[in-house]
Design a protein. Structure first.
Length: 71
């Protein structure tokens, strides 16, 4: 997962020209949190009842990664 995300982020920054990429994950999903942290994502907030999944509103941790080569 880390490798494909690294390639995807590089594409978004270098080819598409994005300034930032955002990702969210459910707090109980520690593995996703570790992957995003390893990639350089920073926590920006906590969204209560952010998405309805399997009939339940679930909280999410909000993160982003800013293009280090951006202007």
């Amino acid at each position: 997962m880390t490798e494909i995300l690294q390639a995807s982020i590089a594409y978004m920054f270098e080819t598409v020209g994005l300034n930032r990429v955002m990702a969210s994950y459910m707090p109980a999903n520690k593995a996703s949190g570790r992957v995003l942290e390893k990639l350089g994502f920073e926590r920006e907030g906590y969204a209560r009842k952010y998405l309805k999944i399997a009939g339940n509103w679930e909280d999410h941790v909000l993160t982003s990664f800013i293009n280090p080569n951006g202007e």
